[in-house]
Write a new protein. Sequence first.
Length: 277
Amino acid sequence: MAHELGDFLRARRTDAALSPESGVARRRIRGLRREEVATAAGISVDYYTRLEQGRETHPSDAVLDALARTLRLAPDAREHLFRLRGTAMSRPAPSPDDTLVERMAALVDAVRPNPAYVLDRLSTMVAVNPEGLALYAGFAALPPGERNTCRYLLTDPRAREVFVEWEELARGAVAQLRAANADDLHDPSLEALVAELGARSPLFAEWWSDHLVERRRASATHIRTAADGTVARRYEVLRIPDEELRMTLWLPPPSSTDGRRCATPSCAGPPSSMSQF
């Protein structure tokens, strides 16, 4: 995975958020120069250059720790960096058997009327209850294998109408897709999805090339509904690691003191930087 390791380092190094803020003359490049990263990490410029170019493939833990600190990697991105050093075995596309699908269907049915669905590592629904399906306009008419939440957020204009924090959710979907597939970024099913979304969505192509990495966790967001207007909703993400699945469970809308549904961020709690999809 040397190529992915170098691409990841290059993408994180050129992140605009890393640009020096003071004491440095204004410059045209984004992020940090190779020399700046190497100096801050305590390694030679030549060694770091070889890492980015894929000519050095087995950096030590100490080197990766130093690079993670220099590039200000969040925990998920740091873990991703370490995994990119290894050699992953190719694995087949996810194909849950009937028993697993039945188990997941029973799980999402048990939490009704709360919306819930189970997603595989490509963000395709393995199981969903009616309330969860209703969150995605048009999903009910699609074959189950085509109900992909990442594709929906990046290519369906209705997503921008339903989800108030659409950009955060869409970026989060891209970050989750990379995090869930870090062990094999050349899996044919993943490559096909990435090629499709890259062709259909310039934003997906941009965010995928930025090597965003973050797994979905519990947070809050706002949904526009015909019945209630804008409603604040919290959700929890439960992982089933052995099956490479995750379940998203939407909690009941909070209520204000006068009994009406609350649609303010203070009722829902702090939103995350990215979403659950």
